[in-house]
Design a protein around this ligand. Sequence first.
Ligand code: NAD
Length: 360
Amino acid sequence: MAMTSYRLHRPDALRTLTRAMITAAGWNEAEAKETAEHLVLANLSGHDSHGVGMLPLYFNALADGNLTPHAKPAIRSEAGPFLIVDGNVALGQPTARLAVDRAVAIAQTGGVAVLNLLDAHHIGRIGHYSEVAAAAGLISVFWVNVAGRPPIVAPFAAKQARFGTNPISTGIPVPGGAPLILDFATSRMAHGKARVALNKGVTVPEGYIIDGEGRPTVEPKHVFPQAIPGLPLGALLPFGDHKGAGLSLIAELLSAGLMGAARIDEKPHRSWIINSLFGVLIDPARLEPDAELRRQRIESYLAFVRAAAPQDPSQPVLAPGDKERATRTERERDGIPLDDETWSQIVAAARAHGVDAESF
Ligand code: NAD
């Protein structure tokens, strides 16, 4: 497969473009700003699978009537630490931000918040919300399902998909320092990363995908029905065999299954992505009130971990969150690379709403 070329884009230009596209499509300025900040930060963090390349998917859902600017989230109930928010398939990033901001306020007052956000449209990079919680001084654990689409991840030992890529994120604030953010899909590869590989025209490493017959493959097309018309859809494999598959199952039940929100085996499969989120936010000061002691304990342990001799001297031992921070510094300086296919999809989505993406 030939690799397509890419161009570097200034983060600010992508933010302004995203805001222009979202407002032109009918959302308000605050919703557009939140979505733009989120998507561009995902690109800056190196997670292009969850950056501005998602806009064409959102705009397809909009064109098909599956996503609408009229949908807004609503707080269903708030009692003690418990907060339940109906996402109402509203634009995901501002919806999840509203829910997490409210949960942050609850945890800052009472020490803990238990949040269930039900049926939002795609809420993006889950680590974003752990970063929001950590910036407010809170520990966070988020479990998320992916519904409204066909299953795409195979249970351990299965030939067929039964899960979404159900991500999990944990954040721990470090007083006076950068937080620890562990955030990943429970599939070995995020579906969006297979999309980026498909758009770039490159293969994926072995051990990540099986085709519709259950055979190992390195071709990302096998997990996109439109790329293999008439052929059975393949599957992404879970990470860590039965361990990742088990976490995915738990994420489905915690986020959506227990509450009757959209589950991967229910509701129509359409051009939308529905996420539900279960989260627990904890004020660490309720566990160890001395912030300086907390800092010392975390940092001394991280120093111990980082001091492990690397297998390859060019690949230092990292802590969760290090890679994203390093990529942010690099991309703030050099720009965000977008491959030609992703850019042309963005240009077309913008044009459909009278926005000239090339002029930003
Ligand atoms: P990934 O495999 O890149 O793993 C990222 C995590 O691993 C980060 O916490 C990172 O700091 C850590 N990490 C990476 N390299 C490391 C190293 N060498 N040493 C130590 N730690 C390291 O992530 P992914 O599975 O590709 O997921 C990408 C993004 O997709 C995530 O932000 C996730 O939330 C998002 N996602 C969203 C949805 C959705 O429906 N909204 C679904 C799936 C995934």
